[in-house]
Ligand binder design. Structure first.
Ligand code: 5RP
Length: 232
């Protein structure tokens, strides 16, 4: 999983993030994901708003993307005001050949799923290392604190190895932007992500899991600044 504290520039993430911003047109309502890759997109959208008079509104998926968008000068709205988005752009922790993705490394996947499912087109921006044959990173699951024990038991019954995500620079668990816990659950190689996604959706107290089946396109950035585009 990505180092969340990474502060150094990544030319691969930058290439993907900046390219994705070029797909946004005036009049678009844009879902703005969370993480270090899509941060490049948000900053580039800010530049296009200032320099190219790009006229858009954004809907953020976290306090982090909200802060970056405000700093970049991207006007923001809400799903209450703009329920249908033209496009959503976001990072991922891993994706397979069918463009099934695992997200939630930044614990923002519940809002990311709501925002991406509200968009007509969902684009993932990535570096090459996240492309795999079979998904294998732990699946983040946002959990209502009241339901933690049932969720953990249910995940073990599904053959997973759940671990409550610990906070950095705070004792105890991560608390999401929605006030919940996150459980990261390893399942080994996930051969049938659709089936697992359905099972995870049925656990009471599991607010949302990080398996995304709705990716339309992945943009993979390369170190030389070029991109590879994979479409569904
Ligand atoms: C946050 C996410 C991120 O999009 C994902 O973790 C990728 O992050 P990064 O672009 O920093 O590698 O799902 O919940």
């Amino acid at each position: 999983m990505a180092d969340r504290n990474q502060t150094s520039e990544s030319p691969e993430k930058k290439a993907a993030g900046v390219y994705a911003a070029s797909l946004v047109k005036s009049g678009d309502a844009v879902g703005l994901g969370t993480g270090s890759t899509v941060a490049y997109t948000i900053k580039e959208l800010g530049r296009r708003i200032r320099e190219d008079k790009l006229d858009i509104v954004g809907v953020v998926t976290s306090y982090q993307s909200e802060a970056i968008a405000i700093e970049a000068g991207v006007p923001l709205t809400t799903l209450a005001q703009t329920p249908k988005l033209t496009i959503a752009i976001d990072g991922a922790d891993q994706f397979d050949e069918n463009l099934c993705a695992i997200k939630g490394g930044g614990a923002a996947h519940t809002r990311e799923k709501i925002v991406s499912m509200s968009a007509a087109r969902f684009i993932v921006v990535s570096d090459p290392a996240k492309k795999v044959k079979h998904l294998s990173v732990s699946v983040p699951i946002e959990v209502m604190p009241f339901g933690k024990e049932l969720v953990v038991t249910s995940l073990k019954e599904l053959g997973g190895s759940p671990v409550l995500r610990a906070a950095a620079k705070k004792d105890g668990p991560v608390i999401t932007d929605n006030g919940n816990f996150v459980v990261d659950c390893a399942f080994g190689e996930i051969k049938n992500p659709q089936e697992l996604a359905l099972k995870l959706s049925q656990i009471p107290g599991a607010v949302e899991h990080g398996i995304f089946m709705n990716v339309d396109e992945v943009i993979i950035g390369k170190a030389d600044g070029t991109v590879e585009i994979i479409q569904k």
